[in-house]
Design a protein around this ligand. Sequence first.
Ligand SMILES: *Cc1c(COP(=O)(O)O)cnc(C)c1O
Length: 223
Amino acid sequence: MVNKQAWQTIHNELTATGVTLVAVSKTKPANDIQELYDLGQRHFGENYVQELVEKQALLPKDIIWHYIGHLQTNKVKYIAPFVTMIHAVDSFKLLAEINKYAHKSQRSIDILLQLHVAEEETKFGMDEKEVLTLLEYYTAQIETLQNIRICGLMGMASNSDDQVKIKGEFVRIHNFFKYLSETTFFNKPYFSTCSIGMSSDYKTAIEAGGNMVRIGSLLFGSR
Ligand SMILES: *Cc1c(COP(=O)(O)O)cnc(C)c1O
């Protein structure tokens, strides 16, 4: 069930601090999205391709769609015609594929690179060194990658209740984000998004400097 009161509170809180709220609507029906849309929410995040494609077809065309999950290269083509931002890019191959299909749709797609800092083992995300290597490839081939913009970093903290630990992980992401945005190696004005924080830790993420949060269950109820 949609918690309109929670949305209003979080919306006001984030608007005051200049943080973008991505409402994570995965597994929730299109009607729930429409309810928040009617209140003024525009950024929505999904992490299943098929589900996103189906909902996008049903809902208002000015919704700003974020793909926040792990994206397989063979699925890029389904979302490239409309998606605004893809959050969890962690390989040059995926980056090149997104560019290819963005080009086919005569669009530009915004990209966040996923930095893995959490303690849980996962095959997704990159460490700092891998991000730098990807950015070197990107810079070397930038002429052929004109349909994507690398806009910042995305990350998740460990699955933990320890907000001190979580804050340390978010600070690590934010420090690297700042380093990249200030270094002449990747000096692009649109490199300006640090997407960290979910329902349980978004306040900590904002304290750490995040300027985009991805909130699902607080707005739409548990999944
Ligand atoms: C599901 C999801 C979220 C939202 O999680 P909540 O705990 O429901 O707020 C945020 N980011 C990613 C990458 C997710 O997959």
